[in-house]
Ligand binder design. Sequence first.
Ligand SMILES: [Mg+2]
Length: 277
Amino acid sequence: MSEKLRDAILGLAIGDALGVPYEFRARGSFTCTDMVGFGAHHQPLGTWSDDTAMALATMMAIKSQGGRIVIDTIRENFEAWLKEGAFTANGDVFDVGNTTWKALTTGQPCVGPMENGNGSLMRILPLAFTGAIDEEIRAVSAITHGHPISMEACVIYVEVARRLLDGELIGDILPTLCYAHPFERLSHLAELPEEKIKSSGFVLDTLEAALWAVCQAVDAEDPFADAVLRAVNLGEDTDTVGAVAGGLAGIAFGLKGQGEKWAKQLRNRELILECMW
Ligand SMILES: [Mg+2]
């Protein structure tokens, strides 16, 4: 198993599980400092949600196809998740986005401008560990989220993950990427104050919030913990912002420190490890 893949996917699951209890909470109305149970979805400590489940469904599909990206296999795994509770922490699908539900039940991607939630961004990270080209990344997004903004957010996120895997620093990556509208803020994101960062379920907000949290954490004593806690504490879509940040923070910083403690607290950790390659 690749150590970086382990740190990335456990990092994603940790960010997800840290955020689950606080989903929908306004910024400033809570402070997440450690993994806790219950809250928004009334789940025990260490429970991860749809973000991790759909990333695992993607990983298992890639693994079963010998590393190839086969859209039908990924979609079948998503359907098994939604209908049968496969790839979950506890057999229970307690969190599913509207766009994801609509696309998987109709078999058609959602392409409307109002259908740009973060539901494909949250599960796209495994593709950074494959040879997937941009068209394949867009196609995996479009199983559910087929609007250009959602698809490009996934392409950008995978590129950032791959450059972190190559040892580049997050602060060096963002200014050098060329961004078209509406992604132009990414180039100077690190300098923005927290009040300029939104953490809603809109895919652009989630991407910005997660990248911002990772940028702010680079000089922290425990940068992984700082990044995921900072991401969750932005509020609103806490589990997905936490997951999207946690995946990159796992690659950039590793899990040493609080991350390894939280990794042991994740529910159904065996399944997460089984999906790796
Ligand atoms: Mg979720």
